[in-house]
Ligand binder design. Structure first.
Ligand SMILES: Nc1nc2c(ncn2[C@@H]2O[C@H](COP(=O)(O)OP(=O)(O)O)[C@@H](O)[C@H]2O)c(=O)[nH]1
Ligand SMILES: [Mg+2]
Length: 456
């Protein structure tokens, strides 16, 4: 387990915090014990705390290379909790890279991905779920996802966990008070038993609610991955184009037009959906088309949902069988396209099954039904939650804590086993603390922060 320490590091790190490329401004961020010294050598100025100094930036050879702003944030009131200097120079790769190299020449070392956020976490400026929310905010793909990541960053999720921890501590104190007595001598009054049971139930319902809210946070964060597949000429690429809102895929009357896979991202009511359009699946001797079909199968295995598009005039049962075969253990949805060309008896066939939707990409009829089905499949319920962003690892920890809580209430309510109940309550708290990061292994921290970008 990693022990948090105030002096996590004696060394000073530097990185370009803005994207690589041309732009009007680039920011070089320096953090650590020598940040001020390095900043003052580059600017040749005494840097006052939290003041934007207009100054020339000089390289290690003493040549002025640019003019910009330097700001010094003394510890502990900085993003990382350490001394931080930010140099805002003109955008572009050459100037920012030369200033970064100068900071190295004066003793800084290149920051690892996410190392500024890691230091902020280790110096108690943020907890782990807040640090993860920064990455989620940066990578958010819809405005709703960004809003919920920001709420997590502000600490909404952490506060909910901390409130639960307080309730659990309170319950543990009451349960552990009984541990001083041998179990067969415990004489607990009915009133007291009811009060303790109510406390258990209240925590159970809090965790259940938090789990539901967190599921929404995860859905918003990662979105839904769907793959459009089916026989050639069914209208797969037409559907992709309709959803994307522009002609991304080539549509022709010739079967076998789409060879490679095409990807698009759309947002439905705030839900990010990643769509992959694939080559039509059929037996073929064309090596390029064959490769396209192999890629289609791989894409299906990675997706959350297979959307099997077929012509409404073809056999429904055959299509369901084929979709079922390719989906394996995945969810699938059969879209019977070209409704505009269907006669009444063909339409009736599909209303019998929820996993079958009739639509016409050309007229737009039935598209809403399809989009609603996508929301249902993903479990997205915008009115229920979406109040904060969350990750699958948070769901795992919440589910684990729910399991221990069940065991604890069973031990207490059914078996009068106070010692077991107390131990399980301790495990509930431990699982919850994994979310905020009080007890987190070095490996997990490494995994989380290394997925961040450099300079964050
Ligand atoms: N009548 C009708 N034709 C459609 C519809 N959707 C697609 N098509 C036509 O079907 C043909 C094949 O479409 P395409 O999207 O390339 O099919 P893919 O091979 O499955 O990608 C094209 O001529 C489309 O214009 C529809 O809803 N109604
Ligand atoms: Mg196509």
């Amino acid at each position: 387990m990693l022990k948090k320490s105030k002096n996590y590091s004696e060394d000073t790190i530097a990185a370009i915090a803005t994207p690589q490329g041309t732009g009007s401004v680039s920011i070089i961020r320096i953090s650590g014990i020598n940040a001020l010294g390095i900043g003052e050598r580059i600017t040749g100025k005494k840097l006052k705390p939290r003041f934007a100094h207009n100054c020339d930036f000089k390289t290690a050879e003493g040549n002025a290379l640019d003019n910009g702003l330097a700001i010094f944030f003394p510890n502990p009131k900085s993003f990382t909790g350490e001394d931080v200097v930010e140099l805002q120079c003109h955008g572009g790769i050459i100037v920012s890279e030369a200033l970064l190299q100068t900071s190295y020449a004066y003793g800084a070392r290149p920051a690892d991905p996410g190392e500024f956020s890691l230091r902020a976490f280790l110096n108690d400026k943020l907890d782990l779920s807040q640090a993860e929310a920064i990455a989620d905010l940066i990578n958010s793909s819809s405005i709703d996802a960004a809003r919920s990541a920001f709420r997590s960053l502000e600490g909404i999720f952490s506060q909910k966990i901390n409130r639960l921890q307080d309730k659990l501590t309170n319950l543990r104190v009451l349960i552990e008070a009984f541990l001083d007595f041998p179990e067969d001598e415990i004489d607990i009054e009915e009133k007291e038993r009811i009060s303790l049971s109510e406390k258990f139930y209240s925590i159970v319902s809090d965790i259940d609610y938090l789990l539901e809210e967190s599921k929404q946070g995860v859905i918003l964060n990662i979105g839904l991955d769907i793959v459009i597949a089916g026989p050639p000429n069914a209208g797969k690429s037409s559907l992709m184009n309709r959803l994307a809102g522009y002609d991304t895929a080539i549509v022709t009357e010739t079967p076998g037009t789409t060879r490679d896979i095409l990807k698009e991202k759309i947002i439905i009511d705030g839900l990010p959906i990643n769509i992959v359009d694939t080559a039509g699946i059929r037996t073929t001797e064309d090596p390029i088309e064959k490769e396209g079909i192999i890629r289609a199968s791989k894409a299906i295995s990675r997706a959350d949902l297979l959307v099997w598009v077929c012509d409404i005039r073809s056999s429904l049962d055959e299509n369901i069988n084929e979709a079922n075969r390719l989906a394996r253990d995945k969810n699938f949805l059969v879209i019977r396209n070209k409704l505009d060309l269907a006669n009444e008896s063909t339409k009736d066939l599909s209303s019998r099954d929820k996993a079958v939707i009739c639509l016409s990409v050309h007229t737009g009829e039935g598209i809403d039904l399809f989009l609603n089905e996508l929301k249902t499949v993903s479990g997205y319920a915008p009115n229920l939650g979406g109040t904060f962003s969350a990750r699958s690892r948070h769901l795992d920890s919440l589910s684990k804590s729910r399991k221990y809580l069940n065991q604890a209430s069973e031990s207490f309510i059914k078996n009068n086993a106070f010692e077991l109940a107390a131990e399980d309550l301790r495990m509930v708290q431990k699982s919850l603390s994994e979310i905020t990061g009080e007890l987190t292994s070095d490996d997990l921290l490494g995994e989380i922060f290394s997925s961040f970008c450099i300079g964050k």
